[in-house]
Design a protein around this ligand. Structure first.
Ligand code: FAD
Length: 528
């Protein structure tokens, strides 16, 4: 049975019963709620209009972090909550969430700011319960970030956080839920809320692959559509007057050869003093983010603008003047939309990033928040869901997110390097054994200049509900972001590996290639 056939089976089950919960939105928020629902014995199904993690959850800065900025705003509660979640995830899924140091260079002058930052760092580290070194010397800086601007440089502050692959995190959480009996269907769009005389009682969805419609009856409908949350809310009768302010955050991805960094750098943008991050990720440099009102509407995929590219390059060239980075060094770009609650602040960056939960006319909307705190958001949502579903067990008890105990002994994995084995177990849990075991020696090689194995492509095509080629290139693996021209060079080999598994004719393959390259050109490369 290929991935598409198992999708058909899940679609066939949609109308057979009344579900306890239907969750709309397959980003980290929806995935987290699905996981915590099924764990409490609820019959739960999730529908996603595009691909899993297609929205903001594949386009974040990839940090699993406490958020020094919340501390600066005096929000100790949110910082503490995030730091605890960060530590849990580092412990539970090594290889997918990895602790990393961020250096903030500091320069001559501004003693007060330096003192404040140092005090903040002490508090930040204390909140995680670990004592960590929080300064590095000039000579250390030269080793860790050789090209950093050296005029008047005094040293660097060290901030400890973690880095992940956001899209794979969503898939790992989804898999955990599916294992316990939940259902999740991609390319299945919620069109119309179903209502009885009292409240919302289900949703009409469209399978966008076949065009078929299904009525899903459910005790509770959860709207976890992030920046799109207001679209569904428009259909309800009694709603509050709050609404979403979609803010765009864009990134550029560069070759690490052009900007050698051994640690991540957090810097202040010279134009507006906003913090911007330069992160080493998957052997590349990920740089972002911008934070501006998204004026382009939500019906098309977001893209970076020329102005944002310039803003990010200006910050890079300010902090690393000798590197002389230009647009030619940009391999790819990505733009995500952050749902924040509109309070009318002039500066978008001043709007709160907390999550909100509203129960309106039987529709439970949850939006905002962070990737890092997805489990906290899920439990908070289920707490509110009790109004409709009755008491649910263990909501106050923080269990592990992942029940699966990952069990590996690096000696047994066909001479793959330890870091590769760890990476695979982080991404696939214990299924990594099967992934490695079933693969030919040839497919256990990495795709040139990446850490991704050919075997991962084959695995995803077989097991991970790939509907379109872009699912495979941009979210199951990230090679479309990491390779020049979206990895066009390797498409013939990927075709050899996957066309038969996916059950695509030659014509379908060609259509899929065109679709992927169009998406890449319009939304993941530099603007024309
Ligand atoms: P999304 O991931 O957007 O998911 C919502 C989904 O709903 C979408 O996939 C969409 O297609 C789907 N949908 C919409 N309408 C329908 C419908 N009618 N039917 C079915 N499906 C529908 N957080 C961190 O912790 N660390 C970071 O480093 C970080 N960096 C960020 C950088 C940027 C630029 C941005 C914008 C955010 C960042 N965040 C970060 C925040 C974090 O990424 C988001 O909070 C999180 O991804 C939101 O997840 P979500 O599931 O709520 O929304």
């Amino acid at each position: 049975m290929n991935a598409m056939q198992s999708r058909e089976i899940a679609l066939g089950e949609l109308e057979n019963k009344t579900w306890d919960v239907v969750i709309i939105g397959g980003g980290i928020t929806g995935a987290g709620i699905l996981r915590e629902s099924v764990r409490r014995g609820l019959n739960a199904v999730l529908v996603e209009q595009e691909d899993f993690s297609w929205g903001t959850s594949s386009r974040s800065t990839k940090m699993v972090h406490g958020g020094m900025r919340y501390l600066k705003q005096g929000n100790i509660g949110l910082t503490r909550e995030s730091v605890i979640e960060r530590e849990n995830l580092i412990r539970e899924i090594p290889g997918l969430v990895e602790d990393r140091t961020f250096i903030m260079p500091y320069y001559k002058g501004n003693v007060l700011q330096r003192l404040m930052l140092q005090t903040g760092l002490v508090v930040y580290n204390l909140l995680s319960g670990k004592w960590r070194k929080n300064r590095c010397s000039l000579s250390d800086m030269a080793k860790r970030a050789p090209l950093v601007k050296s005029n008047d440089l005094k040293g660097g502050f060290l901030i400890n956080d973690a880095v992940t692959d956001d899209s794979r995190l969503v898939l790992r959480v989804l898999h955990e839920a599916l294992k316990q009996g939940a259902r999740a269907i991609n390319y299945c769009k919620a069109e119309t809320l179903l209502k009885n005389e009292h409240a919302t009682c289900g949703v009409r969805v469209r399978d966008t692959v076949s065009g078929n419609d299904y009525n899903i009856q459910a005790k509770l409908v959860i709207n976890a559509t992030g920046a799109w949350a207001d679209t569904l809310r428009q259909q309800i009768r009694k709603k509050n007057n709050k609404h979403i302010r979609p803010l765009r955050g864009s990134h550029i991805i560069l070759s690490a050869k052009r900007l050698p960094l051994f640690d991540n750098i957090s810097l202040m943008h010279p134009e507006d003093g906003r913090p911007v991050i330069t992160l080493t990720w998957e052997g590349r440099i990920l740089m972002g983010t911008t934070d501006i009102d998204h004026q382009d509407g939500l019906s098309t995929e977001a893209s970076i603008s020329k102005k944002e590219v310039k803003y990010l390059l200006d910050a890079l060239n300010f902090q690393f003047p000798e590197a002389k980075i230009t647009e030619k060094d940009v391999i790819s770009t990505m733009a995500g939309i952050r749902p924040v609650i509109d309070t009318g602040k002039t500066d978008p960056s001043k709007e709160s990033r907390d999550h909100v939960i509203w129960l309106e006319d039987g529709l439970l909307t949850v939006t905002g928040g962070k990737l890092t705190t997805f489990r906290v958001i899920a439990l908070d949502t289920l707490d509110k869901a009790q109004k409709i579903l009755g008491n649910l067990p263990d909501l106050k008890q923080m269990q592990n997110v992942f029940d699966e105990k990952v069990d590996w002994n690096t000696n047994h994995f066909r001479h793959l390097p330890d870091n590769s084995v760890k990476r695979l177990f982080g991404r696939y849990g214990n299924r990594a054994k099967e992934l490695i075991g079933l693969s030919s020696d040839q497919n256990l090689q990495t795709i040139p200049d990446t850490e991704t194995l050919w075997a991962e492509i084959e695995w995803a095509a077989t097991n991970e509900m790939v509907v379109h080629l872009d699912d495979l290139m941009l979210r199951r693996t990230r090679i479309g972001l990491l390779l020049e021209n979206g990895g066009t060079e390797y498409l013939p080999k990927i075709r050899q590996l996957c066309q038969k598994i996916l059950g695509w004719t030659d014509q379908t393959w060609e259509e899929e290639e065109n679709r992927y390259l169009n998406i890449w050109k319009n939304h993941y490369s530099l603007p024309n």
